[in-house]
Design a protein around this ligand. Sequence first.
Ligand SMILES: NC(=O)c1ccc[n+]([C@@H]2O[C@H](COP(=O)([O-])OP(=O)(O)OC[C@H]3O[C@@H](n4cnc5c(N)ncnc54)[C@H](OP(=O)(O)O)[C@@H]3O)[C@@H](O)[C@H]2O)c1
Length: 329
Amino acid sequence: MSLRLIRSCSISCLRRPDIYRRALFHSTGSSNSTFLRFIATRNMSVFNASRLIGKTVLITGASSGIGAATAILFAKGGSNVILTARRADVLQKVADECTAAHKAAGMQYGGKFVTVQLDVSDKSQINGFLEKIPADLREVDILVNNAGYVVGVDKVGDLSMDNVEGMFSTNVFGLIALTQLLVKGVYLNLRLQLLLSFVDFKKRKTGHVINLGSIAGREAYAGGSIYCATKHAVNAFTGALMRELVDTPIRVTEIQPGMVETEFSVTRFRGDKSAADKVYEGLQPLVAEDIAEEIVWAASRPPHVNLAEVFVLPVNQASATLNYRAPRL
Ligand SMILES: NC(=O)c1ccc[n+]([C@@H]2O[C@H](COP(=O)([O-])OP(=O)(O)OC[C@H]3O[C@@H](n4cnc5c(N)ncnc54)[C@H](OP(=O)(O)O)[C@@H]3O)[C@@H](O)[C@H]2O)c1
């Protein structure tokens, strides 16, 4: 087949691939797989972010690390973002960065960034949460359940039950409560039910739940019993949710990062920055933006594609406890 024919066919195929595939079959007597592969490759985009334009994304724990980077990347992609976390002042700075990123990307659509203070571990705050979202953003398309933390490396026997409750309330109960709220309203209060009809993924036959799991939800390690237990719970909950929603267009994704350098380890070591830095010594950890890319990638796939699990490690990490650190010179 001449190059000219391939070029003219491929340009037309971009508009009506079905017609040209049929025409090719009639003119050559075969479906010419090399040619079709060529056309398919031409039609493929590396990262089609256009599906994010005008979507509304709700992110928990958007004040730092992965949540903040994700909010900014969605802003670049032309989405609206509802940013939530406990620290209202820090949250506002991230919202301002979203506005700047959206403007710099030259996006015509989306661009609404609102902050709502929310402690996901507090049931009463979740109950009243939807009323705090401006009415024009209540039709959420994508929920990113990102808020989570670990504190301490204590072994069983030395665990503080307050920390155990804190981690479960945030990493598991908060994630479950918010998911319930968006997937299908569970409140009997009539006023809230009216509000919920706007957000309810099931009623609207749309939606994407993206949960932040972890390598700690795939394997347990000493000194991480409670954190690992919370992330195993996230893994089980996410898997069950995906199965329950199999007869709906609602998508469910779990992102499972390995080592990511954020405020995560500083929190784990109760503010001791030098102890946190040691976690990443001698290797290049992931950064928050690496995970944000995976989240936005999952959200921007075609509606029939569900990225069920995304397990992401730095190159020199092979498991929760096995990694390679370059020797000091
Ligand atoms: N970094 C890693 O190596 C790594 C690896 C695997 C998985 N993850 C997971 O990724 C997620 C994000 O972590 P990160 O690395 O980005 O850590 P980070 O920088 O410490 O961010 C954690 C975020 O969660 C928020 N948060 C904590 N408790 C909250 C609560 N009760 N209610 C609402 N928001 C709360 C924090 O905001 P406020 O303090 O303002 O509330 C903050 O925005 C977590 O679920 C974590 O388990 C992290």
